[in-house]
Design a protein around this ligand. Sequence first.
Ligand SMILES: Nc1ncnc2c1ncn2[C@@H]1O[C@H](COP(=O)(O)OP(=O)(O)OP(=O)(O)O)[C@@H](O)[C@H]1O
Ligand SMILES: [Mg+2]
Length: 368
Amino acid sequence: MNRAKLNNQNFLLREHAEQQFAEELAELAKADQRQRPPNWNLSPWAVTTYLLGGTLENGFVVSPKYIGDRRLIEIAVATLTTDRALLLMGIPGTAKSWVSEHLAAAISGDSTLLIQGTAGTSEESIRYGWNYARLLADGPSMEALVASPLMVAMEAGKIARVEELTRIPADVQDTLITILSEKMLPIPELGDEVQAIKGFNIIATANNRDKGVNDLSSALKRRFNTVVLPLPKTIEEEVEIVQQRVESLGRALELPVQAPALTEVRRVVTIFRELRSGISDDGKTKLKSPSSTLSTAEAISVVNSGLALAAHFGDGHLSAKDIASGLVGAVVKDPIQDTLVWNEYLETVVKERKDWTDLYRACRDVGS
Ligand SMILES: Nc1ncnc2c1ncn2[C@@H]1O[C@H](COP(=O)(O)OP(=O)(O)OP(=O)(O)O)[C@@H](O)[C@H]1O
Ligand SMILES: [Mg+2]
């Protein structure tokens, strides 16, 4: 029994995508006249519309979940209709997990069949384990077997998700090869097997930064189509992502403030992009980059914590004072190196911008 289901939905801290966007998914299913692959809840077209947003014929508006290149999402969705699995790669905070969750929600109506990859992920957590009380009492049987999320997905014809695939030790990763090529999972203890139902596939995510930790074997690589999710191309795109996510997070956390001031979002995003690229917006000043990734996801949390400060300890309007501490915290991860980089940036770029005086002062106050 799922204990969360017993709780009042209104009190869940975070709903699964298929719960949060149930209405959108239902409207899409109603409007969707195109052919659906076996066991898919929606057609590839409708899945793509769910991810990228759009307006249905009856006027219903589907919100965009992913902001970026349409083609990438089309390739990802198309891959899942084939016998190859999907690998989403990219640096931290490029929405790999986010896209994976929404794809599973739209295709299978279930984003919860998830294996979190770590250095300690064992073969059992990918294949199956045993209920030892029953195993000892009755010996090995299907009833004593505890299916992994992957096995459940195979039996139900759903999408399974594997997070951080490259953190899983190489020999354990190889368990996936039989599953992906034979579409079956042997259970030698029972002389039995589980054969995957149509609709089953895997979406894995992997972080570029972890490259080399446990690189994928070429045998496994061949069974995946890789889609690389990039950082937002333009500042407009990135501002839109931050603005939209902060708004919906604010709603979910019931923060009593209005939409975040666009000027502050723009400043945070500008700073992140400048430090990431090592050059100021006007192309005039070369900058050193800090050790931190400064991803879009981090920009979202800087603005979000700023909003919480403004709501609970300020006047409800997001100001430079509210974002300064989050900003410094995001940039300065290494207390020595990054402090140097940050101070240089403050003095050469932030200080020089006439309309950024408030931010300059607020950041100086954090530092002292
Ligand atoms: N292009 C984008 N469109 C929409 N949201 C985005 C985009 N890029 C980042 N985000 C937001 O960034 C947040 C973080 O994304 P997510 O956790 O999926 O990153 P990740 O790539 O899995 O990172 P990690 O490698 O650290 O696991 C999400 O809330 C997501 O909404
Ligand atoms: Mg992730």
